[in-house]
Write a protein that binds this ligand. Sequence first.
Ligand SMILES: Nc1nc2c(ncn2[C@@H]2O[C@H](COP(=O)(O)OP(=O)(O)OP(=O)(O)O)[C@@H](O)[C@H]2O)c(=O)[nH]1
Length: 531
Amino acid sequence: MSTADTGTGPGTVTATPVVSSREEVARKPASVANLAIGFILLVCGLFIVVDLIQLGLARKQQIDDTNVAVTNIAHALQRHADDALKSADVSLIGMIKLVETEGTGPRGQGHLAALMGQNANALPQINAYFAYDERGRSLVDSTPFYVQQDVSDRDYFLFHRDNPGRDAHVGPLIKSRTTGSWIITVSRRVNHPDGSFAGVIVAALDLEYFKTFYDSFDIGKEGLIFLGTNKGTVLVRRPLYEQYVGKTMIDTQIFRDHIAKNASGLVTFRSTVDNKIRLTAYDHLQHYPLYVFVALSKQEALSGWVEDTIMHACGIGVLVLTLALLGWRLVRQIRLRARTEVSLREARDSLNELNATLQRLALEDGLTGLANRRHFDLALQEELSRATRNASSLALIMIDVDRFKQYNDIYGHAAGDECLRQIGRAVKNVSRRSGDLAARYGGEELAVLLPNTDLAAALEIAESLRHTIDALKIAHAGNPVGNVTVSAGIDALMPARADDLPETLIRQADQALYQAKRQGRNQVCAATDVL
Ligand SMILES: Nc1nc2c(ncn2[C@@H]2O[C@H](COP(=O)(O)OP(=O)(O)OP(=O)(O)O)[C@@H](O)[C@H]2O)c(=O)[nH]1
């Protein structure tokens, strides 16, 4: 490519700049790959976070639901126990009234036995009714088999004997001496007309009645139900282990910190017996000093949630793995594309470098490094057109080494080549303007093209060139001067028409050179001097 195209003058050979910023090329796809990795990680992370939040909410919901369920069960049990005791107690009040009105004679006892039988049949919770005199001996009971008993040592008997109050007394779980069943006693005091202690009437509530009801609730394998007194004694327990019945809970933390202080409540606690965490609700009976206590295992309550969590984790795991796999393939494709792009750019850069070298070689003389003849011809044509357009002067110096044939003969062809190289460097240094072009015209003949230069200026340059080469003092035994000299012919013209031929300028400069040779060599002649 001629520099005329770029306007920098025909003397400069420019090659297409080679883009070799490989990092820059690689950085862009690398950042795309990083973006893709970041995006995939973000999506996977979001999936996991959203699922964790959902699982957390589901877990909380499950616990809330269990708390509601346990509270409802506790309330139902409290109402059930309260109603069972209340109806038994109401029946006792009727019997007390009958005994205190009719006395404990045969007639009174008959009426009392009838009333006891009616109530025992009507109330499913009643195991039996018993009436005892002031010494604790049996008077009447509702059992089909009358057995004389002494209950003077029983808790309820001692309580009423020692307490003049007329309220009902709920005793601990005991084994009936008459029926052999486990019973809870509700008892009331019978007074003589003067208010002194006349005995007690006892309603024995069947443990089985409570147990059957408590068994109807689904509380899991680790659930607990207690019915206990406000003094901490356990009356009924599910599951029923007899070693716990009658024991006191008064020293347990849940009783001390919660049941003893509040009417009802909800609490999560870790059992000191089996170390299980339980969601627990307790509720005190409205009319009797008892409470119910229901506890559901937290682990069992969350078992459904745990199953869901495992399913979710598997689902999310598969999803995240699939995403990661797709993402990995995507990133691999991006990186592959990036590498291909880099390779293509490298190939293009190498090609550009090669092109530049070829271009340079196509326009450069291999021996002297000056522009070659082809380059010179193109530049001359271009500069002539430019000079025509700009109405400027174009000068040409044709240079020929004097007696060079002899030089070759004396010093050899290789020395002749070296001599030409030295002269080439000198010629190159003399033409300093960017538009100037120093070329090897052919053989030992060189040319310097000088745009915007008139004859006088060209003459000066040519003289300077001749002096410079003379000053090199390259020994030449065949030259009378003793060293290598050159002759130069110059011409300058201001082309009037676009079709002024380059040959004209060359011919005239060449003729001037011939004149210089004829006149004795080692001199400069202008075309105007040609005879
Ligand atoms: N070493 C060398 N010699 C060359 C090269 N090109 C041309 N020559 C020689 O240059 C010589 C030119 O000789 P001539 O044209 O007879 O002219 P001359 O001997 O220089 O005599 P004048 O020009 O009359 O002073 C020839 O012998 C060519 O072989 C080259 O690249 N290297």
